[in-house]
Design a binder for this molecule. Structure first.
Ligand SMILES: Nc1nc2c(c(=O)[nH]1)N(C=O)[C@@H](CNc1ccc(C(=O)N[C@@H](CCC(=O)O)C(=O)O)cc1)CN2
Ligand SMILES: Nc1nc2c(ncn2[C@@H]2O[C@H](COP(=O)(O)OP(=O)(O)OP(=O)(O)O)[C@@H](O)[C@H]2O)c(=O)[nH]1
Ligand SMILES: [Mg+2]
Length: 446
């Protein structure tokens, strides 16, 4: 990307609306829009003014509201001019085309936010938070995105880097006097300093699971014997007839996936084929998929027909998953003798009893909203986890080298390495490759 270029894109979703917003950013943003208006009146800073965008031969394209944000006080840190047009597809397209003709070029996906990062308006975790914010599908995910946009993760990793820089300096003081051995006291102090940082990196890493669940949803797999009411349960929780339900055992052949929010917790709910000795190849494949999904689940909902005796109703074998709930369905038909499963939830998909209890249990087991680390709740993403895992390994190596009494250069080397890895989280070190992979996932105009 060339920072000198002025870029333009539709910032609102394509489609018909009351108004649409086109953003222009770069040194010529004001000039581009002035030219499209075919007049020289300047745009005041941060105040909307009414103007007309015209075709090259002076025809009216649209009456618009224009707001200019003088550099560097703008989203991107460059001069930004926003043009609010009428929200028709054709009008917005024509206005955008005109702005491109007048000296701007189309923005690449995420290019506005990338420029905001390059101009120091946001760190990398905040830029990612913008994306999380847009794609959030639950209130908890929204809250986590806001926390991240506030800069919590970047601030924490920056503090840890400062600490490590101090530690390296302390170590280098020795390296400068090679004839002296590290005295035991200072050696211990150094180990303690490294350990303290390592612990905090570990604490951040422990939020990775919650981060994934917030962003992707808790993988919740509904499994059990045929006819237990798995699809009925999926529909009851969704409040819609998503999956086919019938009294024929073996109705669901393939897995069905839907996103559902239970008490603010995002669930990626997966209905599966009933588990039994397969009647044909298709059913066999369905059961194979059920076992595969069940093995990858964050939460297993084991649905059984509670009106049948346990020996008949319990599925034969299931993978063990750390979180699971046994659901005795068909409570409206009465319960067969012999069910004494601890913590089972009794529901009826037909009359709705017990479903509220079930939602409660799911919320409890999801165990979200406790991702507290210091004064900010954070939940790291997969990229952060990768950087922090490498940081932790380097810190461990640094500590090991110190404890073994190795050449202090070796410890210093590992520490510098951990500084780089830690810096990648917020984009403090050379980040060219990372940028491409992050911003290409954004939409155009963001
Ligand atoms: N019209 C409009 N609405 C929008 C955006 C936008 O770009 N345009 N945003 C786009 O995502 C979000 C708001 N985020 C923004 C963040 C910073 C600045 C900004 O101008 N920052 C300056 C000035 C700060 C200040 O006045 O306190 C700066 O950081 O220097 C603008 C929008 C959501 N709504
Ligand atoms: N009385 C009663 N019937 C239920 C209840 N839940 C489901 N059923 C009935 O049980 C039968 C099987 O329901 P499904 O939801 O298709 O069962 P499934 O577990 O998805 O079955 P497969 O997809 O074949 O594995 C249907 O006739 C449902 O109407 C319930 O709570 N009470
Ligand atoms: Mg089914």
């Amino acid at each position: 990307m060339a920072a000198g270029e002025t870029i333009a894109a539709l910032a609102t979703a394509g489609g018909t609306g009351a108004v649409a917003l086109i953003r222009v950013s770069g040194p010529d943003a004001g000039a581009v829009v002035s030219k499209a208006c075919d007049e020289d009146r300047p745009f005041p800073d941060r105040r909307a003014v009414l103007r007309t965008i015209r075709t090259a031969d002076g025809g009216v394209l649209d009456q618009v509201l224009v707001t200019r944000f003088e550099a560097p006080r703008s989203y991107t840190g460059e001069e930004v001019v926003e043009v609010a047009t009428h929200g028709g597809r054709l009008v917005t397209r024509r206005v955008l085309e005109r702005l491109l003709e007048c000296g701007s070029r189309s923005a690449a996906p995420g290019e506005f936010t990338e420029r905001a990062f390059l101009n120091g308006k946001l760190d990398l975790t905040q830029a990612e938070a913008v994306m999380d914010l847009i794609s959030a599908q639950s209130d908890l995910a929204l809250r986590a995105a806001h926390e991240q946009l506030e800069g919590g993760i970047g601030r924490r990793t920056d503090e840890l880097r400062q600490d490590l820089i101090g530690t390296v300096a302390q170590l280098e003081a020795w390296i400068d006097f090679p004839e002296e051995d590290i005295d035991p006291e200072t050696g211990e102090a150094l180990v303690a300093r490294i350990r303290a940082v390592r612990e905090q990196v570990g604490a951040l890493l422990s939020t990775a699971d919650q981060g994934r669940i917030l962003r992707e949803g808790l993988r919740t797999v509904i499994c059990g014997r045929p006819n237990a009411g798995k699809s009925s349960l999926m529909n009851a929780l969704l409040g819609s007839d998503r999956a086919i339900v019938s009294e024929t055992a073996g109705t669901t052949r393939d897995t069905i996936e839907e996103l559902l929010v239970v008490d603010g917790v995002p669930l990626r709910m997966i209905d599966t084929a009933g588990l039994r000795a397969a009647g044909d190849v298709i059913e066999e494949e369905g059961i194979r998929r059920t076992m595969k999904e069940a093995g990858r689940a964050d939460l297993l909902l084991i649905v059984v027909d509670g009106s049948l005796p346990p020996a008949e109703a319990m599925p034969a074998d299931l993978p063990s998953v750390s979180r699971s709930i046994v659901i005795l369905n068909k409570a409206d038909l009465g319960e067969a003798a012999g069910w004494d499963v601890p913590d089972a939830v009794r529901v009826s998909c037909t009359d709705g009893r017990g479903l509220e209890d079930l939602r409660h249990r799911i919320r409890e087991l999801a165990d979200l909203g406790e991702a507290d680390w210091g004064e900010h709740s954070v939940a790291i993403n997969a990229r952060h986890r990768d950087c922090l895992t490498r940081t932790a390994a380097s810190l461990d190596a640094a500590e090991g080298a110190l404890l073994e009494g190795a050449d202090p250069e070796i410890t210093a080397l590992s520490l510098r390495e951990s500084l780089d890895y830690l810096g990648e989280v917020a984009g403090r070190v050379d980040t060219e490759e990372i940028l491409g992979s992050i911003f290409s996932q954004f939409c155009i105009g963001k």
